[in-house]
Design a binder for this molecule. Sequence first.
Ligand code: PCA
Length: 218
Amino acid sequence: MNQTLPTILLTGFAPFAGEDSNPSWEAVAALDGEQILGHRVVARCLPVEFGVSLQALRDALDKTAPALVICVGQAGGRAQIGLERVAINVDDARIADNAGAQPIDEAVIAGGPAAYFSSLPIKATLAALREAGIPAEISQTAGTFVCNHVFYGLMHALRNVHGVRGGFIHIPYAPAQAARHPGAPSLPPAVVSQALRLAIATALTVEHDARLAAGTTH
Ligand code: PCA
């Protein structure tokens, strides 16, 4: 029965930058196999490596033919769930990735457009998360590291795929990580998982995004 349900592809990332876990994968893995509004969630963990991460995402897209794709990554230091608005065609790494690569001012996709917008209803999702008591914001940049790389590659892969929405959500540290970065804000993985359920439900049910000021500080 499960096999016949349309798929939602959720991705998280492996740990990076000296961390021993990545809350994006914890939150996403907790939803693997869950059914939401007649869809089945498939969770995949992507490596924090330029190039290889995008290949892994493309393989997952090919294998699962999802009806909706949400990629999730850790943004240590941020205090809220960040609904990313835009992916840019730039790799510009402040630190080396997990394979030691540190591209500077390179294109994600040579000859690709400067940017792609998320096709998730980010404003309606913002409203749904706040309504549920989960701190969230619209983020105007996913950075220029592996998360933006994957986000851009996702939107490029979906550019001609009709009816399949995709986007990226950044999340704060988990509490255990924040304990090692004194003063850094955090959200428990269970709260993040609930935020992802709401983001999925909103993307599946809200056709036209809400009109509401971003009200963001980022
Ligand atoms: N966060 C990084 C890459 C992997 C992750 O979880 C980023 O924001 O680019």
